[in-house]
Design a protein around this ligand. Structure first.
Ligand SMILES: Cc1cc2nc3c(=O)[nH]c(=O)nc-3n(C[C@H](O)[C@H](O)[C@H](O)COP(=O)(O)OP(=O)(O)OC[C@H]3O[C@@H](n4cnc5c(N)ncnc54)[C@H](O)[C@@H]3O)c2cc1C
Length: 390
């Protein structure tokens, strides 16, 4: 055998397919009874498999340029060509976001079938109890002992444990002396504290089509949803990637507009503040943002109140107390420190033959197909590099 792969998810299967097509003898060990359970659930079952705009700036990492090489060598077009060659077709649902028309399950099945026809072996229901190496790497499992000169760790991150996710990659990284950057839930709803309980109670279920959520010197535009416990929606999920405990989130409910200027044009209006505001944002939100000014006619609003209202709408500050945890996090941020790997091959700098690919690395994509693109691209880089055994 040339390469032993741990994990038959997006990156493990992609690696197996591309390496087997190079003529390598590859075996993939998967502890689940099915391969690629997270991939099957991706995009709500529709699989947002890539994003046409994917580039290094779409990823969060302590080593931001690391992903550039793999992303440049296996582009979103390469991903579409690969899956297109397996008989799948795609549609762009939002700018750049490419979904599989046949759905996530069909895409996973096509990938598995392609692995099989390329000669890669997938061993399911295979519980891994110990890994040793190098020279060669050996995996002790419920299905026996597997041995190969190269080990590719593709077991993902621990988010969504009900789909088979574990922290095995981090344990193996530590075992082989590679640092791990504190793993944390990301693309996850945020929870607000007691101070904002009334806001959650009044606005739960309300969705706002476009806000800007600023956190830690980064800003994210997109939809926002108020939940019973806090905030969700694309802008919040992306902000969760940079949020840390103790940090505030500043929400702009009218990004790109100037409320003070808009209201100044209507200064003579006798309409109540909440009514005027409700032309710009959903009514329940207008009421909550207007607060004590809600009933006041616009023509009686003092300039300082106008400024106060504009500040609330454009810079509404909340202090999340936490997040909804790994169970509701689409990905795990942090992970195996990429400084310990070659960005060209994904091989450990210090442990020859040891590769890490996919989400287990400290490379976390934004929402919209970026995480799967990283799974494909990192797998492709390793698949091109792993040597055939002598
Ligand atoms: C609900 C949901 C929806 C998503 N939708 C999208 C989307 O539309 N677009 C997008 O870009 N990203 C999406 N993501 C993120 C994306 O699915 C992941 O980033 C991607 O699957 C990571 O690929 P991977 O190969 O690193 O890990 P995974 O695909 O998670 O594969 C890891 C594999 O390793 C196996 N494994 C784990 N531990 C062990 C162990 N101890 N022993 C043996 N095997 C093990 C797992 O069972 C799994 O098969 C979504 C995630 C979730 C949870």
């Amino acid at each position: 055998m040339d390469a032993l792969v741990l994990g038959a998810g997006a990156s493990g299967l992609c690696f197996a397919l591309l390496a087997a097509r190079r003529g390598l003898n590859v075996t993939v060990l998967e502890h689940g009874g099915d391969a690629a359970r997270k991939l099957r659930a991706s995009g709500g079952g529709r699989c947002n498999l890539t994003n046409l705009a994917a580039g290094p700036t779409d990823y969060f990492s302590d080593n931001p340029r690391f992903c550039a090489s793999a992303l440049a060598r296996f582009t979103p077009r390469d991903a579409l060509d690969l899956f297109g060659s397996l008989g799948l077709t795609f549609e762009e649902k939002a700018p750049g976001q490419m979904f599989c028309v046949q759905g996530a399950k069909r895409l996973s099945q096509a990938l598995e079938a392609a692995c099989a026809s390329a000669g890669a072996r997938i061993v399911l229901d295979c519980a891994i109890s110990a890994v040793r190496g190098p020279g060669p790497f050996q995996a002790e499992t419920s299905r026996g002992l597997f041995s190969a000169p190269c080990l590719v760790v593709a077991t993902g991150g621990p988010s969504w444990p009900n789909l088979g996710a574990t922290s095995l990659a981090f344990a193996l990284a530590r075992q082989f002396g590679l640092p791990v950057i504190d793993p944390r839930p990301a693309l996850v709803p945020l929870v607000l504290g007691k101070a904002e309980a009334a806001l959650c109670r009044d606005l739960a279920g309300l969705s706002v089509p476009r806000v800007r959520a600023a956190c830690n010197r980064s800003g994210f535009e997109g939809g926002l949803v108020f939940t019973h416990r806090g905030l969700s929606g694309p802008a919040i999920l992306e902000a969760s990637c940079v949020w840390r405990p103790g940090h505030d989130l500043v929400l702009d409910f009218l990004p790109g507009q100037d409320l003070a200027a808009l209201l100044a044009e209507q200064r003579a209006s006798r309409a109540q503040v909440k009514t005027v505001l409700a032309r710009l944002v959903p009514g329940r939100l207008a009421q909550a943002l207007a607060g004590d000014l809600a009933q006041k006619p616009l023509d009686q609003l003092a300039n300082k109140d106008l400024a106060r209202l504009a500040a609330r709408v454009h810079s509404f500050r909340v202090t999340p107390t936490g997040h909804e945890g790994l169970a509701k996090a689409e990905v795990t941020a942090g992970g195996v420190d990429t400084r310990a790997l070659s960005s060209k091959t994904l091989e450990s700098r210090d442990v020859p033959g040891l590769y890490f690919v996919g989400e287990c690395l400290d490379v976390t994509g934004r929402l919209g197909g970026f995480n799967l693109q990283w799974a494909w691209a990192s797998a492709a880089a390793a698949a091109a590099a792993v040597p055939a055994a002598d």
